[in-house]
Ligand binder design. Structure first.
Ligand code: CU
Length: 204
């Protein structure tokens, strides 16, 4: 973190007047395009979880594998060569995602292309008047009665969000180790969203 001079400012009595002038009255800010995310009811809830596992289950000192999994599915590391989405969402929807940490170290949920509102952090309701794209999920220890989690209101309303992108732990070693998933946002009228796996039984 070296010191670096960015600019030198010199005061001078005969300096010329600046060419730009601020208006006497400020323009009101533009109206938001969409209602505030916190006031929109989610159309569905999904649960995802962070977990870890030694590569060799009999050797706790073997390298750790890192997973980010939809609740109800078997943890597997992210496959960068696959084009199968882990989650499909419809543009225009607002969803609540619960992210659990089932491992004994901290993970940092991050998603590309959109923002979310943190509603609940480790069981405590919060009322943040701003949006995030990253949030820490506290680690689990065996004395806890349930896994630490966060609840996020996910905003898929922007029409430009259509496409495929990723969500992952923001700890580099973890995302490189497989703690990542692929999400596909389809145009509003193209197809219906996938349902959370625990509601999918019995359906094709
Ligand atoms: Cu992590």
């Amino acid at each position: 973190d070296p010191n670096r001079a960015l600019v030198a400012i010199t005061a001078s009595a005969d300096a010329s007047e600046p060419q730009a002038a601020l208006p006497a009255h400020a323009e009101p800010p533009p109206r938001p395009e969409r209602p505030w995310l916190g006031n929109v009811a989610p159309v569905r809830v999904r649960k995802l979880f962070f977990s870890e596992q030694p590569e060799n289950p009999d050797d706790p000192n073997s390298p750790t594998r890192f997973f980010m999994t939809l609740d109800g599915e078997t943890p597997k590391p992210f496959d960068p060569h696959s084009d199968v989405p882990d989650i499909t969402v419809r543009q225009g929807d607002v969803e609540d995602w619960i992210i659990e940490n089932r491992s004994m170290e901290l993970h940092d949920f991050h998603i590309h292309q959109l923002h979310f509102q943190l509603l609940d952090w480790s069981g405590v309701a919060v009322n943040e008047p701003f949006l995030r794209d990253t949030v820490n999920v506290p680690y689990y220890n065996s004395r806890m009665l349930k896994y630490p989690s966060v609840r996020l209101r996910m905003d898929f309303r922007d029409p430009n969000i259509v496409g495929t992108f990723v969500y992952h732990c923001h700890v580099l070693e973890h995302e490189d180790g497989g703690m990542m998933g692929r999400i596909k946002v389809v145009p509003r009228d193209a197809a219906s969203s996938t349902k959370p796996p625990n509601q999918q039984k019995g359906e094709l």
